[in-house]
Each structure stands twice: as structure tokens, then as C-alpha cells.
Design a protein. Structure first.
Lengths: 367, 367
């Protein structure tokens, strides 16, 4: 089970806070809370907030009716103090009272604006900054159990892609295919479908198209980009491109360049190289093929308890990869009005290279 | 299809902004964006932001690779201007450039802290307030199509409850029952499972317990509180309490008081009465039965494109109900270590009373 050592994660966060001169870190429900203390709470209007002072014991401020649920999570075995508030109390002043001398607090990046502004009102003299830089350093470097979790998620989504060619029959709509894929995502072991992109023909040219009522035709190229959440919270995300019958003229040559670009970026990725150099390794291949203008997005994003998290594999990101960093490598090309194509694998940096979590063939699959 | 008249919704928001002296409203992906322009975008690290100036034309600032997806939504037919930003641009300065003279902006309540703080840095002289008060007035008063959507969602979740008694067999775990319920929630027409609470025996005493590996036994009381999202975005939420064989001694009398409390609150609710008076109508019945201390939460919450939204049915909320307001009526009682019980229906205020969206029997169902 990933994330056993919550006490160590909290201690590391406190160390980062002290180094940055931050007095406390405030964490609402979301991936940071789950990472730090294992509590998978739903973000709602009632405030739940983990208060992590730079020194001293963290406290979970929670609505009274959530206390039993919180204590049933690893919060209970951690021995974390839980400070309940009642339906008629002001929870923001409860948070303020936990860190009375604070001059600066860091807020988790996903905290809702309504909480951010209410905390500002409750602690008017306190400077608010983002907690992302304090937490991302640990979250980026996956430990052995997290790497295992990502590999298991990759194997699960690979099983869905294995079934996709059988679903792509002319006459069916993208929506029908997408519904089947959503069922399969759950069947193979995910607890939640995060996204299902079935971009057929011209719809494939919109990288974040989802599904539509477009009817699949012979000769379509279809981009299938799918992902879900496993029971432990870790995510899958994998793209393959399919052709129904023969692809349009000229597509095959472009696809071959894409395959080379994706393979080049995977081959380049390893501890010690920068994120932007991985992006560059894919981009240079597509530029050499005269396709630079068709590759309209970054090469990848980190993945873990979120589908998109640090590190981002993008020009300008000079962060150096370290062992345990997990991210997608997903170059693509997009021709408006005609088609798109993308190949995406999740990889995890390991000594001298990467472990690849997705292992379905990367050739154009003719369905 | 609910939400046809997006132009009118935008105009009403602009009117509210002018009345409040706010120069612009900034709306990131979430229920407000879907309500205002019909665009069901996923909140992600890349900024998508609808900029609604108090006067003048709204603009959608969106990542370039999302533009086609945005235009495929009602954003396209609305004729809304879309301002794309590229992978290497700063989207926050793009937002600032759309409303160069703004002194005050309202942010949607769910906007992530990372966006809130980045906007503050990009517009340092601008006061930030919450958009909730400007949008909630319209969102609370459901139009005819929205009422129909909530009734359809209620009928769907009723079909799941109809099947629940057959799932509650001694020897099964809460988790197994919950998995079956999740499948059913999709089968009856939802596109997403929002929550599945199966609180058996002592677990029922935790109002926000989800599921566990506890094995159902004869004599258990089981609280089943479930909900999902329909294709149009509207939510269901309904609780029934079941007994496996005979309930524990003393439970039946308490349950009868609960039924009376829930019925009293539903009978009291109508346009012209306050939210807190609906809460009081349930509470006074439980207090008279000596159970006031066992009813540890508010009586209800609004529902629509979110499971929890305004109006909240809670002591202190003097908001007066109006036609079209939709909310839950869900008193309960909780005895730590033993059991809990709750009865929940969604109701919509209509002339002289309410329409009830959930219609399964409210007697204790013996499975």
C-alpha cells in the first residue's frame, strides 16, 4: 500500500516550511492531504483543514460529523490530533487559533477560493503563499510503493487498450465506444474513470476532445487517450492511435516520425537530464520531419495521486530529473479538419534510464 | 436540456456585478462555468477562465489546445470570444489584459488557490472577492428545465434504492454492497457515481462514513446514502435506512420520531418561509422525543450542478425560500457504537409547498 510513512512526509514538509520561513502549511481535502496523512476526504463547503506548523504537532480541523470518518483513515493510526467544529461554529477562526503567532502560511494549491478568502479574513495580517513548492519536491520523487502503484495502474489501462481494437467498428459513435471503454476501465480494477478521449477523424485534431456522436467510418484515424484512478489513489493515463482500415494518404509517414519522436524522448529521459531536454528530444525529431508546427503541446506531465502534477515536461522547465520521478511522454501531431495522432506512455526515472509503465505496441494499430 | 439560456444568465450576472460595484467576474472550470456557458471543462493546472466584465462582452481565456473542445460546447453557439494562450505564454497576464481598468474582481468559489494567488500577482492593485453571492441567487432558483432534470435524477436514484434490499444480505461486506450500488447508479442513467455510503451497525453512527470491510449481520441497521451525476450535470442524493431482520431494541420508536421529523420539515417547506425554519421544523420533533442531541447536523443542503450548494437548511440561515429552490431534507440520529438512521429526500419549492423528487417508501425497510 503506497504512502505508509505519513509521519516522515509530515516531518519533511515541516523541514521545507522552516527552510522557506513559512510558519504553517494549511491543507484542504485533495491530493496533498491524501499524500501527507492518507485521508481521502471529499472537498466540500464545510472546511476540513490539516494545519502543519513549521514546528510542533500537526492538527486536523474537521467538521464534527466527519471526525469518525477521519479517524477511520490513517489519521487515526498516526495519532494526529483532530479538532472538531460544530455546525454553528466558524471553522476559520478555529484554524487561526491553532497557529496564533503565524505571519505567513502556505495554502495547498487546490484549496478553493472560498476557503482562501475566508482564511485571509480570519488571519488578516498573515501573508498567504502556495504550498506547492514545499510539497511537490517530495511528491515528485515516488518511493518504491508508489512506483509499484503506478506500474499496476499502467498494467490495468494496458488491458483496456488491448480491448479497444474490438470496439472500433464502423457505424458506432465515439460516445458508444467511450461508454464501453469507461466500463472496462472499472472492470480492470480502477475505482474511477478520470477521462475517456475517443477522437475520430477530424475530432482527433483537438487534443482534449472527449467523445461526440460522430459515427466511426472506415478510413478514420482514432486517438484513444484514457485514464482512471486505482483504489490506492494512483492514476493511469495512456494514449494509443488506431486506424479503422487504411489510414488517409500521407498519415503513415507522419505516424512513423511520431513513433521515432516518442521513442527518442523515452530513450533520452533519465536522472540528471532536464525536463525541457526530454521535451526537446521529441520535438527535434518532429521538426526534422517538417512537423514542428503540428506538435502543439508540451511533451508530458507528472503523474501520481493526480493525473497532471509536477514535473512538467515542457520547454523552459530546467528541473533536473531524479530517480522516482514519474511522468508521461506523449508527443502528437494535429491537422485541423483531418486527423490527429498521439502516443503516450507513463515512465518512471530509474538508475540510468526509465521504467515504462505502459507496454502495448506503439505501431499504428489497424482495427 | 437544462441551461439553454446562457446569454440571459451572463446578463443577470453582469447586472449583479454592477449592483455590487464589481468590475469583473472570473470563473474557472467547475459548476459556475457549466451553469453560465454550458462548458463542462475539467479543472486542471492550465488556466481556463471566463472573464465576465460588469459591462461589455465576456471572453473565455483558454489554453490553445482546449479551444476546439470549448467551441464544441455551447460556448461556440453563444458566439463567445475565445482568447487562446500558448504553452509558453503567461495566461494570468492575458486575463489581466482583458480587464485593464479593473479595481475589484469576483472569483468563482471553487477556483484553486494556485489560480487565486497567480491572479493576485498579475493584478496586484485589484481587490479580490467571492463570486458566490453574485451567482448563487440565480443558481438557487431552478428554471423549469432544471426542475425537470432534478426530478429525473431523483427517479433514477429511486430505482437504485428499490434494488438495495436485495443486496443487503448477512455475510456480505459494506464494500461489496457498495460496489453493486455503484454499478446500479450508472445502470439507471447517471454518468458518474458521486458517493456511496453504506453505514451498517455502528458505522451508521458516522454520517459521512463511506464503506468498509465490515460484514453485514442479522439485526444490523444500515444507512444507505447515495448519489450521482446525470448526463446534463444535475445530481441525485437520497438516503433510506434499512434493517436486516429485526432492528435493535428501542430503534423502532426512535425511527418513528425521525419519520415524523422528516415529514414535518417537508410539510413546512414552501416559498416564503426561511431556511432555518425548515431546519427547526425537523429539529423540534426530535427534541420533543428527547433526541435533540442525537441529531448532530443541519437538516439539508441545496442541490443542482453540485451535490452541496446554496441554500443550506441550517439554523441561522434567514434566507427566505423562493419558487424553484431545490434542497435536501435529511434529518438523522446517531448513537455512537450502536447505529445511525437518516431519511433524505430532495424537494423543490413550488407554489404553496414543494415537489418531492424522491418517492421510495420512508418506512424502515426490512431487508
Amino acid at each position: 500500500m503506497p504512502g505508509g510513512d505519513h509521519a516522515a512526509r509530515l516531518a519533511a514538509l515541516q523541514h521545507e516550511a522552516r527552510t522557506a520561513g513559512i510558519d504553517a502549511v494549511l491543507v484542504a481535502p485533495g491530493p496533498d492531504l491524501r499524500y501527507l496523512v492518507g485521508y481521502d476526504a471529499v472537498p466540500l463547503e464545510r472546511l476540513t483543514c490539516l494545519v502543519v506548523p513549521a514546528a510542533g504537532d500537526p492538527v486536523l480541523v474537521a467538521p464534527r460529523l466527519e471526525v469518525l470518518a477521519a479517524q477511520a483513515s490513517p489519521v487515526g493510526s498516526l495519532g494526529l490530533a483532530v479538532l472538531p467544529w460544530g455546525e454553528l461554529d466558524d471553522p476559520y477562526s478555529v484554524v487561526a487559533s491553532v497557529v496564533p503567532g503565524a505571519l505567513s502560511v502556505a495554502l495547498d494549491n487546490h484549496m478553493w477560493a472560498e476557503k482562501v478568502l475566508a482564511l485571509r479574513d480570519a488571519m488578516p495580517a498573515v501573508e498567504q503563499v502556495l504550498a506547492g513548492p514545499l510539497i511537490a519536491r517530495q511528491r515528485m520523487r515516488k518511493d518504491a510503493a508508489e512506483v509499484e502503484a503506478l506500474i499496476a495502474a499502467g498494467a490495468a489501462i494496458d488491458r483496456v487498450h488491448e480491448a479497444v481494437p474490438g470496439l472500433l467498428r464502423p457505424g458506432r459513435t465515439e460516445r458508444e465506444v467511450g461508454a464501453d471503454i469507461a466500463d472496462l476501465i472499472i472492470d480492470v480494477g480502477h475505482v474511477r474513470v478520470d477521462f475517456v478521449i475517443v477522437g475520430s477523424g477530424p475530432n482527433g485534431a483537438s487534443p482534449h476532445h472527449e467523445v461526440s456522436d460522430r459515427i466511426l467510418e472506415r478510413g478514420d484515424v482514432v486517438v484513444v487517450d484514457i485514464g482512471g484512478t486505482m483504489p490506492d489513489g494512483y492514476r493511469s493515463d495512456c494514449t494509443r492511435t488506431y486506424a479503422i482500415g487504411e489510414a488517409p494518404e500521407g498519415f503513415a509517414a507522419r505516424y512513423e516520425a511520431l513513433q521515432q519522436a516518442q521513442a527518442a524522448a523515452v530513450a533520452h529521459a533519465r536522472p540528471g537530464v532536464t525536463c525541457e531536454s526530454v521535451d526537446g528530444a521529441a520535438r527535434v525529431v518532429l521538426e526534422a520531419a517538417g512537423m514542428g508546427d503540428l506538435f502543439i503541446h508540451r511533451t508530458g506531465h507528472g503523474i501520481g495521486l493526480e493525473t497532471h502534477e509536477e514535473p512538467y515536461i515542457v520547454s523552459g522547465n530546467t528541473l533536473v530529473l531524479e530517480t522516482g520521478m514519474a511522468f508521461s511522454v506523449e508527443p502528437g501531431f494535429y491537422v485541423e479538419g483531418s486527423y490527429g495522432a498521439r502516443i503516450e506512455d507513463i515512465v518512471i526515472a530509474t538508475e540510468g534510464g526509465v521504467t515504462v509503465a505502459n507496454n502495448r505496441p506503439r505501431d499504428l494499430v489497424v482495427a
